[in-house]
Design a binder for this molecule. Sequence first.
Ligand SMILES: Cc1cc2nc3c(=O)[nH]c(=O)nc-3n(C[C@H](O)[C@H](O)[C@H](O)COP(=O)(O)O)c2cc1C
Length: 390
Amino acid sequence: MAGDWIETVAEAQRRAQKRLPPSVYSALLAGAERGVTYNDNMAAFDELGFAPHVAGQPSGRELSTSVMGVPISLPVVISPTGVQAVHPGAEVAVARAAAARGTAMGLSCFASKPVEEVVAANPKTFFQTYWCGTRDRIVQRLERARATGCVGLIVTLDWSFVHARDWGSPFIPSKIDREAVRRYAPEVVRRPRWLAQWARAGGPPGLTAPNMVVAGETPPGFFDAYGEWAQTPPPSWDDLRWLCQEWGGPVMIKGIMRVDDARRAVDIGATAISVSNHGGNNLDTTPASIRALPAVAEAVGRDVEVLLDGGVRRGGDVVKALALGARAVMIGRAYLWGLAANGQAGVENVLDIFSNGIDSALRGLGRKSVDELGPEDVIIPPGFLRRLGD
Ligand SMILES: Cc1cc2nc3c(=O)[nH]c(=O)nc-3n(C[C@H](O)[C@H](O)[C@H](O)COP(=O)(O)O)c2cc1C
């Protein structure tokens, strides 16, 4: 319906805020400590400019590309996020929306829906894992994802277990028990549409992590799974080389900001990397990922596919990232706002906002395809770039 159309990601965020209980909204907003990185991820895109043409542009524009061998109809991939119980459709609704718009989906190992349901909704699914538990446990989870048909693996490395936020962390229950109901009741009564949605779906979210186990095992609660991860010593680059070999297919290393780490990712056999700081949820005051992208792309862009995520909110941001060396971007909060606002249709809407915006920016720049974009398409102010590592 025309009235449901959401014009921008900012509007999707406003609608999500109106719809969700404040604690749930705040859990999605996240942003570690003072939120310097969270804010810089978005502010940095605004510092970059365009110099548009007004006539002589090509009449049609090509948005399609591929990531890790998977063809996608626009250079925007769903980044894995672990808290999609904001809407009963959760990861399955997101997967359907991504499939409807011809793009790929990263599925978090902390997702609320089983990988089998997600792959059935979108065969272009990449399974995302952390370095969590013993090697045997990791292999078991990978085998399940591979057997299900996941077409690539995303290994996310940038997490330092920073839980403090200057604006206050919301209460997130480990399960919906009497205490959770008591604490949430004052918020939830002011969000009747959100409550009604869950009532229609048969009850509140389960808050489990079904992809952390293999067939026949009871899924752990989200916090139990998180605890297992917190107790696992960080991986070495040799561990990660082993992981790439175990998977035996395309692997993306997500969370790279430094040139030296990007080179190591190439050395261990990664197919792709995502220049990313976890959307500003990790080590605060890490620079915006777009500031670090050009140095990384210059160093390894011929050896691996370079993606970027963090702060992407409009088609113009995607075009800026591609011009500075990314093959595609991944989006996090943008689609979560769409999901919260309007389920599958809301995510499709957000993907359409990106397609339209990319198309307009290409037209303005006189480019007929995303492959033609280069640094000359973007005005980079002095002092913008950050080269991290050597
Ligand atoms: C609520 C939330 C949950 C997330 N969970 C995961 C996760 O489980 N795995 C992962 O690799 N990244 C996770 N991320 C990071 C995203 O994949 C992505 O890097 C980030 O959201 C990009 O920034 P953006 O939100 O500004 O687009 C999460 C981000 C948010 C906001």
